[in-house]
Design a protein around this ligand. Structure first.
Ligand code: FES
Ligand code: FES
Length: 237
């Protein structure tokens, strides 16, 4: 009769992971001590490994390119790394930080600007693609000068409290201006029922769908919709 309930069960007890590791280390050490060295065994002396040279630099050299644009009515000429995005050019080179970098992947719309009147995600567009073009950012919407009037879309966002933190707001406003122009041209959207209708009505569903590329993390959507609807009728044709 065993004195302890576990006595006699050692052979069948489960082996712990720690036990296996400790056992393996002990066996390895024992083998290392017990094995004869290569010299002892008469084996040829090991050849030292050849020095490894660092890998060749496979990166392409930076290509700099001169680009000229009209930004917010002002002519600008810059020499840029050809890989610079339009958003980085605006923010880092021209210090126009109104356009925001949210996702940098075309998913949030915070970087929306107007390129030749059309809304685009500036994080997805290379600056060199806009050579000779015209770009308008949130900084260029109001009339110039200290007394310059706000763009009707800017005024409506203020009037209807179409923001909370404001991070998405420059993109929302630029996008809304571009969206109204698209709608005026009769461009259909994903929810336009009749694609032969040259002037689909700007219902709430249409408006929300057309603005769905602009995310507001504060969820100011009801006020944003109200602001756009108000401004739509005030924007010059
Ligand atoms: S920063 Fe360009 S879409 Fe988000
Ligand atoms: S107002 Fe804060 S993200 Fe839109």
């Amino acid at each position: 009769m065993p004195d302890h309930p576990d006595q006699g069960k050692a052979a069948t007890a489960p082996v712990s992971r720690r036990g296996v590791l400790q056992g393996g280390a002990a066996i390895g050490a024992g083998l290392a001590v017990g094995l004869p060295s290569a010299a002892d065994a008469g084996a040829p002396e090991a050849v030292p490994p050849a020095p490894v040279s660092p890998p060749a630099n496979t990166l392409s050299p930076v290509v700099m390119q001169q680009v000229s644009f009209t930004i917010n009515g002002q002519h600008q000429t810059l020499t840029l790394d050809a890989r610079t995005t339009l958003l980085d050019m605006l923010r880092e080179h021209l210090h126009l930080t109104g356009s925001k970098k949210g996702c940098d992947h075309g998913q949030c719309g915070a970087c929306t600007v107007l390129s030749d009147g059309q809304r685009i995600n500036s994080c997805l567009s290379l600056a060199v693609m806009h050579d000779g073009g015209e770009v308008t950012t949130i900084e260029g919407l109001a009339q110039p000068g200290p007394e310059g009037a706000l763009h009707p879309m800017q005024a409506a966002f203020l009037e209807h409290d179409g923001f909370q933190c404001g991070y998405c707001t420059p993109g929302q406003i630029c996008s809304a201006i571009g969206m109204v122009e698209e709608h005026r041209k009769g461009w259909p959207s994903w929810v336009t029922a009749d694609l032969t209708d040259a002037h689909p009505s700007l219902t709430d569903l249409e408006l929300r769908e057309r603005m769905s590329g602009n995310i507001c993390r504060c969820s100011a959507y009801p006020n944003i919709v109200a602001a756009i609807r108000d401004a739509e009728g005030k924007m010059p044709a």
